[in-house]
Design a protein around this ligand. Structure first.
Ligand SMILES: Cc1cc2nc3c(=O)[nH]c(=O)nc-3n(C[C@H](O)[C@H](O)[C@H](O)COP(=O)(O)OP(=O)(O)OC[C@H]3O[C@@H](n4cnc5c(N)ncnc54)[C@H](O)[C@@H]3O)c2cc1C
Length: 637
């Protein structure tokens, strides 16, 4: 199949304007005739549902939590990028575009990323108008700080709670439309299948998580904003409910899955401290504005950090990357932390940690200034570790955090299934092989507030308008599939808990498909995953019944999907015979141990097509064309 990204022709800076002009419009009176399903209420889903309703479409909005406000987006701490150049430090739309393309190791589309950088400035204006309490300078202008992979300060923030404040903004807009009758909310619903009729996406089947009822919903288009799948690693910084089920089931219905192996391991998380831990905590990247990363120069040095003199410390990021220092991008910082620990220089009881030290910043700026910037993050760290970061350095280690892979979408954010649009972390679109900090919130809100309101109209005007109701046999078929799968899970009646299977899956992926990968390990991982999946379907313990609130059943369904999806992730990693961004295959590295791309053979998006449970999926390619930037070896020195 030919993958057409539908990137408009013409100069980069004019593509989006030109496209918006060329897209067909739905007139205001006709918008009322369309029903749109939005799955997800995070920043992508909340902003999309509110904006589409504001335009006059009728929207049904679904989420698994009890309130839209509990979407995982609420956890975002550090900030959101925009090219406003308030600091007058050399930023521009072009620089944000270039930093993002380079940060993603030249594996993203120029057209999409340029649009993202253009729209970034509108997002800030929109959110300020909503009343988001962004931090401000003394003179009243919005404040900025720096994030990895950039030499300018372009990150807007609301202390360490940026995601929460942005989500409250989107939620307010959403609730305005609920009150106006344009949006109907369906909380506590889990999408378990997608309905495709005559080649068009026409609805979803969900399980009511409180009653267990299976419900069908028909629409003219479906917009999926169901977040990322980092929880496939079991331990991650994501919310416990984050999953791959919605996107994976859409993949099984014909939507291609792009670059599943592009996963992001975030360098600054609180290290794992026990076998029975089920969640990891992020310490925001913003801390690297003032915190200095170091390890003892001597392997095995077990002295407390305050006893190690300056001359015996190795500030390895500042030493190796003098231009970017502690603010190198995440993939680079994570690999370096692992390398230090592999050399025996890791600190703490396990040896899998490095220091993030604020001593110099506190001496320079004073405790009050540091507390104003990061107070809530320091407090969170102290609550979890019982160590006071004002007095001794934080201990941090990389952890699974974000995914650049997701359902393949074209420039209109439409998947390979007509009528299925995918927004936010659930799509693969803008970050290439590595996302820069503070760019996910930017992308989710760009997709929801500024892209989908235009592009969905272009689709609706040209679609086949034959009326579809939930009486259509395709809904019955999907309902039957969902009931059969639920019944199968409940009838296994084995001895091993679902969490135990998930934990083992996480170990396999972390070991063989984590920060560092090699062909032997990936082949081994694939076999281990297949064996674990087989054991799951023979020995998992899923108590309770389906006609009730049953969290064990919910989890079992998600883990069953992770067990299938993990194999796709590993296959994708195996087939990509190069290193780029977060995908680091040990066989492809420079003399300085940096990721070495193969632009001749792998300058493309890999998009996987499902071919049946017993057949390998087919790998398609979308070539990436660079007309405006030169492909270079990424350097942060
Ligand atoms: C701890 C942490 C901090 C972060 N900090 C930052 C930051 O400072 N800056 C930044 O740019 N990025 C940050 N990120 C990344 C960013 O928060 C996410 O990428 C982004 O919020 C994802 O938004 P989303 O709308 O795509 O998905 P989510 O916010 O994950 O929302 C998913 C929605 O889909 C619903 N859903 C999921 N599955 C189903 C289903 N099967 N059926 C029905 N509904 C479903 C959920 O209920 C939810 O409403 C951070 C991430 C983490 C983990």
């Amino acid at each position: 199949m030919m993958l057409d990204a539908k990137i408009p022709s013409g100069p980069l800076s004019e593509k989006w304007d030109k496209h918006r002009f060329e897209l067909k419009l739905v007139n205001p009176a006709n918008k009322r005739k369309y029903n749109i399903i939005v799955v997800g209420t995070g920043l992508a889903g909340g902003s999309a549902a509110a904006s589409l309703a504001e335009l006059g479409y009728y929207v049904k909005n679904f989420c698994v939590q009890d309130s839209p406000r509990r979407a995982h987006s609420i956890a975002a701490q550090g900030g959101i990028n925009a090219a406003k150049n308030y600091q007058n430090d050399g930023d521009s739309i072009w620089r944000l575009f270039y930093d993002t393309i380079k940060g993603g190791d030249f594996r993203a589309r120029e057209g999409n990323v340029y649009r993202l950088a253009q729209v970034s400035n509108h997002i800030i204006d929109h959110c300020v108008a909503q009343g988001i309490p962004f931090a401000r300078e003394y003179g009243g202008l919005l404040a900025n700080r720096s994030f990895g992979g950039a030499q300018v300060s372009r990150t807007f923030y609301a202390r360490g709670q940026t995601g929460q404040q942005l989500l409250l903004g989107a939620y307010s807009s959403l609730m305005r439309q609920v009150a106006a009758g344009q949006v109907t909310l369906f909380p506590r619903r889990e999408m378990l299948d997608l309905v495709v009729i005559n080649g068009q996406t026409r609805g979803i089947v969900v399980r009511n998580l409180v009653t267990g009822d299976i419900e069908s919903h028909a629409a003219d288009a479906v917009v999926m904003c169901t977040g990322g799948y980092a929880n496939v690693f079991y331990l991650s910084t994501n919310a416990m409910a984050s999953n791959v089920s919605a996107t994976y089931r859409a993949y099984k219905k014909g939507a291609f899955f792009a670059n599943p192996c592009y996963t992001q391991i975030h360098p600054t998380c609180i290290p794992v401290h026990g076998t029975y831990q089920s969640k990891l905590t992020l310490m925001s990247e913003s801390l690297r504005n003032d915190g200095r990363v170091w390890v003892p120069k001597t392997p095995g040095d077990k002295r407390s950090p305050n006893q190690i003199p300056e001359s015996e410390r190795d500030y390895y990021l500042e030493r190796k990357y003098p231009s970017f220092g502690n603010l190198v991008p995440r993939d680079v910082a994570s690999r370096n932390a692992k390398a230090q620990c592999d050399m025996g220089k890791g600190v703490g009881e396990t040896g899998f940690a490095v220091y993030l030290d604020f001593e110099d910043a506190i001496k320079r700026d004073g405790k009050d200034v540091i507390s104003q910037k990061y107070g809530n993050l320091f407090q969170m760290y102290e609550k979890i570790t019982a160590s006071n970061p004002y007095e001794e350095p934080m201990m941090i280690y990389p952890a699974s955090h974000y995914v650049m892979g997701g359902l393949w979408v074209d420039y209109n954010l439409m998947s390979t299934l007509p009528g299925l649009f995918v927004l936010g972390e659930a799509n693969f679109s803008d970050h290439g092989a590595n996302r820069l900090g503070a760019s996910a919130l930017m992308q989710g809100l760009a997709d929801g507030y500024f892209v989908i309101p235009y592009t969905i109209g272009g689709y609706l005007v040209g679609m086949d308008h034959t009326e579809v109701t939930t009486d259509h046999p395709a809904f019955k078929e999907a309902t039957h599939y969902v009931n059969a799968r639920t019944g199968r899970l409940l009838s296994i009646n084995g001895k091993r808990t679902v969490d135990d299977f998930h934990r083992e899956l996480g170990h396999i992926l972390w070991e063989y498909c984590g920060m560092s990968r090699n062909d032997d390990g990936l082949l081994k991982a694939r076999k281990l995953i297949q064996a674990l999946r087989e054991e799951f379907w023979g020995n998992a313990l899923v108590p309770g019944v389906s006609e009730d609130f049953n969290q064990s059943l919910e989890r079992a369904g998600r883990v069953a999907d992770f067990l299938e999806f993990a194999e796709l992730l590993v296959m994708d990693a195996f087939e990509r015979k190069e290193s780029c961004g977060g995908h680091f295959n040990e066989a492809y590295q420079t003399e300085e141990h940096e990721a070495k791309r193969d632009d001749e053979n792998f300058c493309h998006v890999a998009a996987w097509e499902y071919k049946g449970d017993d057949t390998d999926p087919e790998r398609h390619k979308e070539p990436l064309v660079f007309e405006n930037v030169e492909l270079t070896q990424r350097s942060y020195k």
